[in-house]
Design a protein around this ligand. Structure first.
Ligand code: PMP
Length: 431
């Protein structure tokens, strides 16, 4: 494959953008090599500036659940654009969006629109702190909630170890307020709440982890966290930026039957436009300004063009059977990948939840903890990633990201992916 134009663009980008990109994982740093630059996207495919085509399992990191450039979403955006781009005053689509989210996700009795997943999670923990009068928050190793200061904290040893900032620029005093837990460990969560429960404003979790590869919750785990939060007066926050409207129409909370106090969303509700949202119980959301004293605002929040894209997307995915079809695609893909790996003699397994999947180069039959995910063979993943890219299949450029399928990934696309994978596992086996 020729990448001359991409290479030239990356050189120019590196001169002016840190690392040549506007978001770190795009830079291919962990897999090596250079990113391709996209000229256009259609259905299941990305087309780069050198004329190469890739089957896309990144889907803009989640939003493109109906496939790229869907005519219904495009038309909705084109119609909205004709009426102006931003008003700084209320518009009807904001009300329809709030009604749609509240209908699809009943735990969200009220909703506030924002512009990204990061804004949604930052606002959710401010609400949790403001509503409880407590300062500490609990997060999980390997979960990502955007780049807010309080979330860039990794675990020390033991559940009660105070957080250590992962990034320079995060004050130690703030990081101390973030407690971390190992995901899917029942006893560690119980012990942390027994020790510090009275100080915990909220616990935030990706109910299916999508930022440490893809880690499904163990049976009863989300229910256990729900019970702990209720017992100790802490708020349960589901970060459904990835899982929302994807692992089921009602998100992970519908799939697992656990109602959080606050939910955060992004991605799909913008249909590819920059959008996020948070919502929750009415008496909590009534504390947000201007209804209440907890301040949160946004010049472009509820933008009419973004609302139009998101509403078109939500209508498409509300069609009966939509999520069942996606789930069947995920299973066909993952079963096929496992079979191809087995044939090539490569230790490998997958996880899947709805339209999300994880691929792991490991002997373990399944992976559902962060500790297991980080010891998988990342060198093998990197070889596989490049072998697939060379054959026209784009996987997330990191061993620690979930993959996504869309409605445009039909049988032919999956078959082409599996043909590439049979070769790529051969490359991995050859070392
Ligand atoms: N929460 C989760 C679970 C995410 O996966 C992400 C981004 N991938 C975010 C929050 C942050 O969203 P954004 O990048 O839109 O700020």
């Amino acid at each position: 494959m020729n990448h001359d134009t991409s290479h030239a663009l990356f050189e120019r980008a590196r001169a002016l953008l840190p690392g040549g990109v506007n978001s770190p994982v795009r830079a291919f740093k962990s897999v090596g090599g250079e990113p391709f630059f996209v000229a256009r996207a259609d259905g299941a495919y990305l087309h780069d500036v050198d004329g190469n085509r890739y089957v896309d399992y990144v889907g803009s990191w989640g939003p493109m659940i109906v496939g790229h450039n869907h005519p219904k979403v495009r038309n909705a955006v084109q119609d909205a654009i004709g009426n102006g781009l931003s008003y700084g005053a209320p518009c009807p689509a904001e009300v329809t969006m709030a009604e749609t989210i509240a209908r699809l996700v009943p735990s969200c009795e009220m909703v506030r629109m924002v512009n990204s997943g990061t804004e949604a999670t930052l606002s959710a923990i401010r609400l949790a702190r403001g509503a409880t009068g407590r300062a500490k928050i609990v997060k999980f190793e390997g979960c990502y909630h955007g780049h807010g200061d309080s979330f860039l904290v990794k675990a020390g040893s033991g559940a009660l170890t105070f957080g250590v900032p992962t990034s320079p620029g995060v004050p130690k005093a703030l990081a101390d307020l973030t407690l971390t837990l190992p995901y899917n460990d029942f006893d560690a969560a119980t012990a942390l709440f027994d020790e510090a429960g009275a100080d915990i404003a909220g616990l935030i979790i990706e109910p299916v982890v999508g930022n440490a590869n893809c880690l499904p919750p163990r049976e009863g785990y989300l229910q256990h966290l729900r019970a702990l939060c209720t017992r100790h007066g802490a708020l349960l926050i589901f970060d459904e930026v990835m899982t929302g409207f994807r692992v089921a129409l009602g998100g992970a909370q519908a799939r697992y039957g656990v109602a959080p106090d606050i939910s955060t969303f992004g991605k799909i509700i913008g249909g590819g436009m920059p959008v996020g949202a948070y919502g929750g119980r009415r008496e909590l959301m009534q504390q947000i300004a201007p209804a209440g004293p907890i301040y949160q605002a946004g010049t472009l929040s509820g933008n009419p063009v973004a609302m139009a894209a998101g509403l078109a997307m939500l209508e498409l995915i509300s069609a009966p059977g939509f999520h069942d079809r996606l789930e069947a695609t995920t299973h066909a893909l993952c079963d096929g990948l496992e079979a191809a790996a087995r044939d090539a003699g490569v230790p490998f397994t997958t996880t899947r939840v709805g339209a999300m999947f994880g691929i792991f180069f490991t002997d373990a039959p399944t992976v559902d903890t962060y500790a297991q995910a980080v010891v998988c063979d990342t060198a093998a993943f990197n070889r596989f990633f490049h072998a697939m890219l060379d054959r026209g299949v784009f996987l997330a450029p990191s061993a620690f990201e979930a993959g996504f399928v869309s409605a445009a990934h039909d049988d032919a696309v999956v078959a082409a992916t599996l043909a590439a994978a049979r070769d790529a596992f051969g490359v991995v086996a050859a070392g």
